[in-house]
Write a protein that binds this ligand. Structure first.
Ligand code: CA
Length: 246
């Protein structure tokens, strides 16, 4: 078998070299189980058991991804996410206690990329972490090599894909990276119903239907920021971008 020294095995998508993960979780059994499973992937894993330790560890380690429990002693996961993201953008998977908590957190614009409700399977957490790392890797590669994508203008919505800026009726709208990717995916297929599974696959690079709650939550966040009229729900199927006729 031919491999590059230290490189990925043939047929495997290339993971970032030496993935560094920060696990922020105050329940030792869960933290240890996550760390154990991720170390088996060859990843470097460090655990922080409270919010302030997490902020300090993020600054020191510069992790590739943070798995962040919401309920923590000291400052909670929301505040950890805000403080860490204020320093530098880092992919975050947030662990929540209930599905409606995910809606609430996305609505607050905390800036996590994905959400998982406890109890979750380790297999699913690992798959979603890998999907998130692939997304980040891809966007870094695109930023370095691809010519600027053309801007999209639909009705009064303008999307500058090169600068990753959005405005509606001339007013800038601040979106998280995941919200931006979701909006672009919808806007590239205007007046077309995209299933939640397709959105999950295209935006999150993840294909298990258990993740569709994340799609719903991010659509809610887009509506809150851009206006409720732009994205139509097709019940039981998915969503369609419906720009105003101009
Ligand atoms: Ca907790």
């Amino acid at each position: 078998m031919v491999t590059t020294p230290g490189g990925p095995a043939l047929g495997e998508p290339a993971p970032p070299a030496q993935v560094q993960v920060l696990v922020v979780e105050d329940e030792p059994a869960i933290a240890t189980a996550i760390a154990h499973r991720m170390r088996a992937e060859g990843w470097q894993v460090e655990i922080a058991a409270d919010g302030l330790a997490a902020v300090a560890a993020a600054a020191r380690l510069r992790p590739d991804v943070i798995v962040l429990d919401v309920m923590l002693p000291g400052i909670d996961g929301l505040e950890v996410c805000r403080r860490v993201q204020a320093e530098r953008p880092v992919p975050v998977i947030m662990l929540t206690a209930r599905d409606d908590e995910t809606d609430m957190l996305v609505g607050l614009g905390v800036g996590a990329d994905d959400y998982m409700t406890k109890p979750f399977s380790m297999r699913e957490l690992l798959a979603r972490t890998k999907a998130l790392l692939r997304r980040v890797e891809r966007s870094v590669q695109l930023a370095g090599t691809a010519p600027a994508d053309p801007a999209i203008t639909l009705g009064d919505v303008s999307i500058d894909r090169g600068q990753r800026r959005v405005s509606r009726a001339g007013e800038p709208v601040h979106l998280t990276p995941t919200e931006f990717d979701l909006l672009v995916t919808l806007a590239l297929n205007p007046r077309t119903v995209l299933t939640r599974e397709r959105l999950l696959a295209e935006v999150w690079d993840w294909i298990d239907a258990s993740g569709t709650r994340t799609v719903d939550s991010h659509v809610k966040a887009l509506r809150r920021k851009l206006g409720a009229d732009l994205i139509r729900t097709v019940h039981g199927v998915g969503y369609a971008f419906e720009p105003a006729e101009g």
